[in-house]
Design a protein around this ligand. Structure first.
Ligand SMILES: [Zn+2]
Length: 718
């Protein structure tokens, strides 16, 4: 049993780390179990803290449809998988020494918390300066490398037309992209020791399946093929001369789900034969770099990982540009299609990435803004470097939420390739406590007109007023290649607005005569400076006085931007069959909001299923005589009852005569009559009785769905 539990726990560690932490035994229980069952101690997880260099790489799916991050810690010469329900140390990279505290089982750790013990030395693996790159081309015995992927072609991808006869227009290259994006700080080394060296293709001694495919979900398994490639190229390369190693693999069908994989930063524990090393590695599938443009797209992404970057995501909120500070919204991992670290494109690494991870921008290039003012920002590709972005504090007093605002003009051979709307104003990335470490998320400022990130810019002439803080941003103009922006921290005066009212569910069904509950949601759309106010609730549909309407609570008191809900109960009359529209409205002073008629609810009222009738009551039996004295003669027993039901089809009347004496009397009922519906009396003639004595009667009401209970009475006759 412990073995089964351990397998299950380890599966959860990888797939649902938060659950694995919940399922793990507390430390005292683990201690007791280990003491009681020493032979089973190896089947138990342990709690503690483990420390070692981080090994961290990211898999990128074909078409960037999916990605997966892999983290391992090197502990005692062993690589341990590191999982965590919360982000591992913000902006961490390979060779950073991390201490992880949590639960370990065999070669897996789930960290409850993690801390950075020491940062990797960057001297030999800096994202700034000449990048020393070796590229190894690989063929498999069964699958040669694509004939397109030659040393000459790749010289063009890395260094451009001046180094390749495989010319491209425009003359995109990794080195030019980095040079332009970094103002010349970073480029591909093209001369001397560590100059770009492309070797191969080497045909390895065997084919490699370099992904693990479980049910169509591919994960990196490239260790063996990379080692074989390093060995094949060892004679041609002195690995200590390089800080970046690229392996290009043929698409042999073993890895149809992954386009490329790259380490975050440099890893010093996977060295081929030349002694100590410290380089990033990445592998690319040959069919994913079949043209210069595709090659530069994928290479600037994977080697962006190598330089230390994660992905560029977007953050989406259903009804507004951005929700309250630290409210998550929906993140899309590759959602920024204006950075090469997002969905495939030629966008430069964003301002936050360049400032905090790459060191390509310094604090003088990213102007912090926390007071009102007007600013002029040159294009993001302006050289030499200038103020490239504003880092705008989101509201007075907010210390953990920032908006990075930049201007991407339609210039040069990279930014001009981006979707055109971005050139009409400001591109704004957002960072708060919900943003994973080392990242910013693209916001969509045309969210109300087009719910996608193809047109996210806050355009010239527009003002965005934060509904949750006192911040507003106005894009004034673009003049001589610079964007003119006004940032304001003045709370605008209270601006009252009609509330938004919605009702759910949009369809319902109820039996005639019964009640149905809807949830009515009311959002206060007043501006942030307004006070809370109370909205009274109403529902005018269906227009039929025989329906009853109630709200619980009857009114909602809401602050600006807040949403509240109430239960609307509609009680239908027993005669109403059919389909009815149901609406709701909320009113406060002169502001009223109602459900959009297109989104009123529809309630279908159906015939209730039949039910047994209610029992009659007050059954009485009275003996009726004629004459008196010796001539007194029984004529009949008169029975009456009260009809309590409106759906009986008949009554069932039964009678018995009591026989026996004392404690041993018996009375066996027999059918007497079946009075029709709504009849409330019956005369039982003397001729049907069998002389004097005690008679009992019982009656019930009946219909097709069943019968009521019996009610009884008795009478003495002479
Ligand atoms: Zn990636």
């Amino acid at each position: 049993m412990l073995q089964q539990r351990q397998s299950l726990l380890e599966a959860f560690m990888a797939s649902q780390p938060a659950l694995a932490l919940q399922l793990s035994f507390p430390a005292d229980v683990l201690g007791d179990l280990a003491a009681s069952f020493p032979q089973s101690a190896g089947r138990l997880e342990s709690r503690g803290s483990w420390q070692g260099p981080l090994y961290y790489f990211v898999e990128d799916g074909v078409g960037f449809t999916r990605s997966r991050e892999n983290r391992k810690l090197r502990v005692g010469g062993q690589l341990i998988d590191l999982f965590s329900p919360s982000p591992v140390v913000a902006g961490s990279k390979c060779n950073d020494v991390i201490a992880a505290t949590g639960v370990r089982s065999n070669n897996k750790i789930v960290a409850e918390s993690s801390t950075l013990v020491s940062s990797a030395l960057s001297a030999t693996c800096s994202p700034v300066g000449a990048q020393k790159i070796a590229v190894i081309l690989v063929s498999f015995p069964s699958t040669p490398l694509s004939q397109t992927i030659t040393q000459n072609f790749l010289n063009g991808v890395f260094l451009g037309n001046a180094f390749s006869s495989s010319a491209s227009t425009p003359d995109w290259s990794i080195s030019d992209f980095w040079t332009q994006a970094s103002d010349g700080k970073t480029y591909v080394n093209s001369s001397g020791t560590g100059a770009l060296t492309i070797v191969g293709p080497y045909t390895l001694s065997q084919d490699y399946a370099y992904c693990t495919n479980s049910n169509g979900s591919y994960s990196d398994n490239s260790g063996a093929v990379r080692q074989a490639a390093y060995a094949a190229a060892d004679a041609a390369l002195n690995y200590t001369d390089f800080s970046r190693v690229v392996v290009v693999l043929p698409n042999n069908g073993s890895c149809t789900g992954i386009a490329g994989v790259g380490t975050i930063g440099c890893w010093s524990s996977e060295c081929p034969g030349d002694g100590a090393c410290n380089y990033s590695w990445t592998w690319w599938r040959d069919d994913q770099i079949g043209s210069r443009g595709a090659g530069v797209n994928l290479a600037t992404h994977e080697m962006g990982h190598n330089l230390g970057l994660g992905h560029s995501a977007s953050r989406y909120y259903a009804t507004e540009v951005v929700g309250p500070v630290d409210v998550a919204g929906t993140r899309s991992e590759y959602g920024d299609s204006f950075s090469t670290m997002g969905f495939w494109n030629f966008g430069f690494y964003n301002a936050q990435h360049q400032l905090n991870q790459l060191g390509w921008l310094s604090s003088s290039n990213v102007l912090p803004v926390n007071t009102s003012g007007s600013y002029s920002i040159p294009g993001f590709d302006t050289r030499p470097d200038a103020v490239k972005a504003l880092k705008i504090q989101r509201g007075t007093g907010t210390t953990d939420a920032w908006m990075y605002l930049a201007y991407y003009p339609s210039s040069g051979i990279y930014l001009s390739q981006l979707g055109s709307q971005i050139h009409t104003g400001a591109i704004i990335h957002y960072q708060d406590a919900q943003t994973p470490g080392g990242k910013t998320d693209l916001l969509d400022f045309t969210q109300n007109t087009n719910n996608n990130f193809s047109d996210p810019a806050l355009a010239v002439g527009q003002t965005w007023a934060d509904p949750y803080t006192d911040l507003s941003i106005t894009i004034n103009s673009i003049v001589s290649g610079s964007l003119n922006v006004t940032v304001n921290y003045n709370t605008p005066p209270c601006s009252a607005a009609n509330p938004t009212v919605t009702i759910s569910p949009l369809t319902g069904s109820v039996n005639a005569g019964s009640s149905f509950n809807f949830t009515v949601s009311v959002k206060n759309n007043d501006s942030i400076a307004c006070a809370s106010r109370t909205f009274s609730l109403a529902s005018s549909l269906p227009i039929d006085a025989t329906w009853t309407t109630s709200f619980s609570p009857a009114s909602l008191t809401l602050g600006p931007g807040a949403t509240g809900t109430a239960t609307l109960t509609k009680t239908t009359p027993s005669t109403a069959l059919g389909s009815y529209s149901v609406n709701a409205s909320a009113t406060s002073g002169s502001n009223t909001g109602a459900t959009d008629p297109t989104f009123n609810a529809s309630l279908t009222v159906t015939t209730p299923p039949p039910s047994p009738p209610a029992a009659p009551s007050s059954l009485t039996a009275t003996a009726q005589y004629s004459g008196s004295g010796k001539n007194k003669t029984l004529q009949s027993v008169k029975l009456t009852w009260v009809d309590n039901s409106n759906n009986e089809t008949q009554f069932d009347l039964q009678r018995c005569k009591v026989t026996g004496k004392g404690n041993s009397t018996t009375c066996t009922y027999a059918p007497l009559a079946l009075p029709s519906a709504n009849v409330t009396s019956y005369a039982d003639p003397a001729s049907s009785l069998s002389g004097s004595g005690t008679y009992k009667y019982q009656i019930r009401s009946e219909n097709g769905a069943g019968n009521s209970t019996w009610v009884q009475t008795q009478v003495q006759v002479q």
